[in-house]
Design a protein around this ligand. Structure first.
Ligand code: GLN
Ligand code: ZN
Length: 764
């Protein structure tokens, strides 16, 4: 009998119940008891949804983040929150977001929130554990025990989920440059106590997540694994060591010799490693295979899966466990409420609940024979088959356009130095030109017009008029401010990916397909299901209108192919690189149309290029190669006179700066204000050849940067990059700010530019 289990279930709720409860609690509109009750109901609901599984996860629920939960379990709290009062959850929210619900009312202005960063290569953000040479740990098992007790009262067959000691340390950051591994001897006793406590409560299985086993580990970390799991082996609970998101590669022998009772592998990434694992595996260990994709929304191909799974099942019997490849945290909850997605497309998809059904069907087929689930297999087979040949998925025109891609298409006609002369002549820009990143405040009026349009209260003409008014206002304000290269402000865009996805053929949009990004924040990634085709120009009319309002150059705004790809659910029937090429061709066509409409400056945002980097460094160059190539295909079809900008929401460039230079954009704007330009270190060792606008206005903060501060930042920047190649701009788009913040900040920015120009003139 194959056993079924799950690694984790979305905690946010099918209708984002947790989000709304959290936000009400933070606004003091909900009591702590009510918030806790919502948590408890969500757990109960989630377990009910998983009732058919042999083992359901406990401990995967989190009010904000499961890594922060683990920090609390291990008693690793920074000094600054240790002695603040209130409930444990209050301290938890202080770490998560700088303040708890009642802090402001009590005159407390909050504390510094913990740093947030991405969970492996997903779009989920965790709160980074803070470590230093003096970090101590102490066990607080109350959350896990309470939740285990709750599950037991409900009759759930529960497997407790925790993050393993090595992954925990690896995720943490030391502020004092000390060695994280040196903390292991202090950490292990806490894990031993925790496991002993859980055993005493009657816990049988603990899933211990060590996803760092799919990354490149140096020998000291590999040795630490042996040491850690040797120390944990004496316990009475059984350990299921879980890996996901990649292959074990050279960690495979290590993973197989750790003294645990089970190992979980992600077969979407590591299928080729399974036979090797089975060979090396102790004869009584459990092998858990992630056979349903926990990261994407496609239906599992039952026949193909069973064809390779059946022999493994015959060999392993009940030592074979079946699960999603990773926690279902990364997919939306329920497909059945999606009325926006048509029936055919829906028949190709599976969200979290449907994935659990798939698991049950697969295990039935293994345990009772395929005939036991004959009709399910037939339905699945026909859905898989229609998707394979559907004309909605395969567009011969797109395929033939792809086959015509040639290296010429990636190249600008002349090198940057020649283009720059022509561009500067045509645009007649001053030294230190000023610009912004694209969006201006998304005001209440904009949101209201959009929602009225969606609800049918406003017709298309009315909506377009409202958006044009916003564009006109934005242009007027920029002229008064005296900016040099203007933007239209992106009023008509709800989201920089969705806006384009909605106009492409080959994209679909769910209504409730929310996935947690961090805390109460969720995103709804669009679904790329077919060949990407741009039926008509997407931005040209807006841009022409904006340009008609001013003599200054108007910069057109597009989202780049890599960013659209990285923020979507992508196809699993072709390589990412190919999907990215299709997007690149569609954007290239838009760039071409813009140029022909007289636009002289075009920005192609690649905000998410960096986050697509693979987990293993050895795979970086392959990714960067196709990602940069896609950008070049999108951008480089233009004349020398057309100035191409790109924008990235980070400046941690050191390790990828040559690839960024390879994109060959004429101008790149990046985020640097908060780091005092320290992030420009990369430019010490690498002579970035083109123009660059290091951000001088931290748009994530309500603070207004002063003119002096901006001058000082730009002087610092000019020590590394010649003034002739510097631009002055904010860190990122101004969408989330208000006009009352933006106007004075940009006034100071323009004033700073005048000072820097005067300086330069007097030094000349
Ligand atoms: N052009 C976009 C904006 O200004 C860029 C946003 C981003 O980089 N995330 O909003
Ligand atoms: Zn940005």
């Amino acid at each position: 009998m194959a056993i079924t289990h799950n690694l984790g279930f979305p905690r946010i709720g099918a209708k984002r119940e947790l989000k709304f409860a959290l936000e009400s609690y933070w606004k003091a509109q909900l009591s702590l008891e009510e918030l806790k009750a919502t948590g408890s109901q969500l757990r109960q609901q989630n377990w009910a949804n998983q009732a058919k599984l042999d083992w359901s996860p406990v401990g995967d629920f989190a009010f904000y983040d499961h890594v922060l939960d683990m920090s609390f379990t291990l008693g690793n709290l920074p000094e600054r929150v240790r002695y603040l009062g209130g409930d444990l959850l209050d301290n938890y929210f202080r770490m998560a977001r700088g303040r708890s619900a009642t802090d402001r009312a009590h005159g407390c202005c909050g504390v510094q929130a913990g740093e947030m960063t991405k969970w492996f290569d997903t779009n989920y953000h965790y709160i980074v554990p803070e470590l230093s040479a003096s970090t101590t740990f102490s066990l607080d098992a109350s959350r896990l025990i309470d939740e285990f007790d709750q599950s037991r009262r409900l009759g759930v067959k529960a497997k407790v989920v925790i993050i393993g000691p090595l992954t925990y340390l690896w995720l943490g950051k030391t502020k004092d440059n000390s060695d994280k591994l040196a903390l292991l001897p202090r950490l292990l006793p806490i894990y031993e106590q925790l496991l002993a406590k859980l055993a005493a409560c009657g816990v049988e299985w603990v899933q211990i997540d060590e996803p760092i086993l799919v990354t490149e580990l140096d020998p000291s970390w590999q040795k630490a694994f042996i040491r850690a799991y040797d120390a944990l082996r004496t316990n009475q609970v059984k350990l299921l060591l879980a890996t996901y998101f990649g292959q074990l590669q050279d960690n495979l022998p290590l993973a197989c010799r750790l003294p645990v009772q089970g190992l979980h592998l992600d077969t979407f990434n590591a299928r080729n490693e399974i036979s090797d694992v089975i060979m090396r595996f102790p004869a009584d260990s459990v092998l858990s295979l992630g056979v349903v994709n926990g990261r994407n929304i496609w239906k599992t191909d039952f026949v193909a899966t069973l064809d390779w799974l059946e022999p493994i099942h015959r060999h392993l019997g009940q030592r074979l466990w079946l699960a999603p490849s990773c926690s279902l945290l990364h997919v939306p909850v329920d497909l059945t409420s999606e009325y926006n997605v048509d029936a055919e497309l829906r028949s190709w998809l599976a969200f979290a609940l449907q994935k659990l059904d798939e698991l049950n069907i697969l295990s039935s087929a293994l345990n009772n024979g395929r005939q036991a689930v004959e009709s399910e297999l037939l339905d699945n087979k026909s859905a898989i088959a229609t998707r394979k040949v559907s004309a909605r998925v395969h567009n011969p025109d797109v395929k033939s356009a792809l086959s015509c891609i040639n290296p010429e298409m990636e190249r600008r006609r002349s090198p940057y130095s020649e283009r720059a002369l022509k561009q500067h002549k045509q645009l007649s820009l001053p030294l230190y030109p000023t610009t912004t990143i694209g969006s201006f405040p998304q005001t209440e009026e904009i949101r209201q017009a959009r929602s009225h349009f969606r609800l049918g209260k406003l017709d298309e003409a009315g909506y377009n008029t409202a958006m044009r008014e916003q564009i006109a206002r934005t242009v007027r304000e920029q002229e008064i401010l005296g900016l040099d290269v203007l933007v239209h402000g992106e009023a008509e865009r709800n989201d920089m990916v969705e806006y384009f996805g909605e106009q492409f053929e080959g994209y679909a949009f769910s209504q409730f397909g929310w996935v947690q990004s961090y805390g109460s924040r969720c995103v709804k990634p669009p679904i790329m299901f077919g060949d990407i085709h741009r039926p008509k120009a997407m931005t040209v009319e807006w841009m022409q209108y904006a340009q008609s309002l001013t003599q200054k150059p108007m910069k057109a705004m597009l989202t780049g192919p890599v960013t659209i790809l990285n923020w979507s659910f992508v196809r699993d029937d072709q390589p990412r690189a190919l999907s990215c090429q299709q997007l690149a061709l569609a954007i290239r066509a838009e760039v071409y149309d813009l140029e022909h409409a007289g636009v002289r400056v075009i920005q192609i945002d690649e905000a998410a290029l960096r986050e697509g980097l693979p987990l293993r460094k050895s795979q970086w160059s392959e990714y960067l190669q196709w990602a940069v190539s896609a950008f070049r295909i999108a951008a480089n079809g233009v004349r020398d006179e057309t100035q191409i900008h790109t924008h990235m929401c980070y400046a941690e460039f050191n390790d990828i700066i040559t690839s960024i230079a390879d994109m060959d954009a004429d101008v790149i704007t990046i985020e640097t204000a908060r780091s005092d330009m320290e992030l420009l270190d990369a430019f010490d060792h690498f002579n970035y050849p083109n123009e660059i606008g290091p951000g001088v206005y931290d748009i994530h903060s309500p603070n207004i940067p002063t003119q002096e501060h901006i001058v000082q930042l730009m002087r610092k920047a000019s020590q590394r990059i010649p003034a002739e190649r510097l631009w002055i701009n904010p860190d990122c788009g101004l969408k989330t700010r208000t006009w009352t913040e933006v106007i004075p900040a940009l006034q100071n920015m323009v004033a700073a530019a005048h000072i820097l120009r005067a300086d330069a003139a007097s030094n000349a």
